[in-house]
Design a protein around this ligand. Structure first.
Ligand code: FAD
Length: 325
């Protein structure tokens, strides 16, 4: 039987691409997303300073399309070239791209899925209010909410977060996913009152900083602002994974200062965000994972490559695998 009533866990690019493809073929799809908004790692943080908003794309920096599907996504969401014609960014921010894709989809936000129960053909999802869950802490008191039954469930969350959800109902899939490796990335957002003497983008090797960019130089941003996004290398992020965000913000600020070679102006914003699962280091090596007998599977960038386009390609491949069932 081809599944008709499908749940997708995670409303990033992969989940939304999967949902759109399934819906185009007549399936009924509901997405569950733990954050307040869809989009996943295509993310923008807004910070108010004395009544002025500073925005930072603190996840994916720019997008490149090698295939027709993702080129169409970038066209539909009106992404603009930056810093050159081969790369594109959302306008006025990266989160716009996720929001554009979410249009028309049934997405339950603030719902963090904690368990899959039931049996093939009648799967149930248990979920809590995502805003009440702290990683590593006990789950909130009170019973989870439950949704279902679903003919099939697709997980489009980072692979390490799919493993515990699949461990009960599909241990063989969880086992395969354990082979995927994702690297963390500490990201620091800095705003200065005056311009600092660096080019708009820097890609570096061998030190704490892997990438730094003048976020405010992207099209559609407030050009008068001097907003920077600084990403640490995977090795540095691993070595400092459990450090306090304020310490990490200072360390990467100081590393940027060293690059400038002179004292930086005082900061208006100095914040760190830890992406525990940022970029794929060892992908699955197949477009997605699907067990047609169970009606369970998973997809995401981690299946193919450390690029946003891979997430869309994996989501579409997952939808095709579900339909073939
Ligand atoms: C710092 C950084 C820089 C990057 N730079 C680039 C770049 O320049 N170019 C590029 O192409 N790519 C870049 N990427 C990678 C790109 O962002 C990803 O490849 C892409 O966004 C992954 O999409 P996805 O749908 O597979 O996963 P995600 O975007 O991670 O979506 C998964 C979703 O699942 C949700 N979720 C997780 N667990 C649960 C749960 N239990 N219940 C409910 N929801 C859940 C999450 O909140 C999230 O919204 C970068 C990523 C990071 C973090």
């Amino acid at each position: 039987m081809v599944p008709q009533n499908i749940a997708i866990v995670g409303a990033g690019l992969a989940g939304m691409a999967c949902a759109k493809s399934l819906e185009a073929h007549g399936a009924r799809v509901r997405l569950f997303e733990k954050s307040r908004r869809p989009g996943g790692r295509l993310a923008t943080r807004r910070v108010e300073v004395e009544g002025v908003t500073h925005a930072f794309d603190h996840g994916a920096q720019y997008l490149t399309a090698r295939g027709a599907h993702f080129a169409a996504v970038l066209d539909v969401t009106r992404a603009m070239p930056w810093p050159d014609d081969s790369r594109k960014v959302g306008r006025p921010n990266m989160a716009t791209i996720g929001r554009g894709l979410a249009d028309g989809l049934d997405i339950a936000v603030n719902r963090q899925v904690v368990e899959i129960t039931g049996s093939p053909g009648a799967w149930m999802l248990r979920h809590h209010d995502g805003t009440l869950i702290t990683p590593g802490a006990p789950l909130p008191e009170g019973p989870p909410e439950e949704d279902g039954p679903f003919d099939a469930i697709a997980l489009t969350v980072p692979s390490p977060q799919a493993v515990p959800l699949l461990a009960g109902p599909a241990p063989h899939l969880a086992h395969v996913l354990e082979g995927v490796v994702m690297a963390p990335c500490w990201t620091v957002m800095l705003a200065f009152p005056t311009r600092i003497p660096l080019p708009d983008t820097l890609r570096l090797t061998g030190g704490p900083i892997a990438w730094a960019a003048r976020d405010s130089s992207k099209p559609g941003r407030v050009a008068e602002q001097e907003n920077w996004v600084v990403q640490a290398s995977a090795d540095w992020s691993r070595d400092h994974l459990e450090r306090r965000p304020a310490e990490v913000a200072q360390l990467l600020h100081d590393a940027l200062e060293k690059l400038v070679g002179q004292p930086l102006p005082p900061t208006l914003v100095k914040l760190a965000h830890r992406w525990r699962y940022a970029l794929v280091e060892k992908p699955l090596g197949a477009p997605c994972l699907w067990d047609p007998t169970l009606g369970l599977g998973a997809g995401g960038d981690w299946a193919i490559d450390a690029r946003a386009e891979a997430a869309v390609d994996s989501g579409i491949a997952l939808a095709a695998a579900i339909r073939r069932a």
